[in-house]
Design a binder for this molecule. Sequence first.
Ligand SMILES: [Zn+2]
Length: 188
Amino acid sequence: MLYEVRHCTHCGTTLQPITLAEDGGDKERLRCPACGWTHWNNPTPVLAAIVEVGGKVLLARNAAWPGKMFALITGFMEAGESPQEGIAREVKEETNLDVLSTTMVGAYEFLRMNQVIIAYHVVAEGEVRLSPELVDYRLYDLADLKCWPAGTGYALADWLRTRGHEPVFFTAEENEERRRGLNLPPKD
Ligand SMILES: [Zn+2]
């Protein structure tokens, strides 16, 4: 959910579009006419993990997602932790797996949500127990993975190349079906 900021976080005054000189020149932003606070609207960092367990990659389905959508483990950083600590914590919270190693894959845009995705490959071990946030997971051989046209999907593609697999992307039709969860058998 993307919240719209309308009021000053310091004094509660309604923000207004105000132009001020910045390092890059004159810039209109939402600013507080009372105390001068600026709503910078910087992208929020989101951590993502390609979780390798027993030589396979775990993709999980969020309870809020349509039926066929399996993707990376993601989460927000907490104050006071490093990205590596953050992704290990998220993987533990969401899958119960213990992270043994973290390797940076890359940073990716997610413009629609005003986020930047910091993607890691993590090697993990243990017994999978999903958090209530996740409803299902699958373990994939690397050769069977398909990538999707979004930040975390590009991260998966970049990582597969480092492992000697030329990534295969879902076709537009497959991706639409994946997003909408068509043709799902009813759940017991
Ligand atoms: Zn203010």
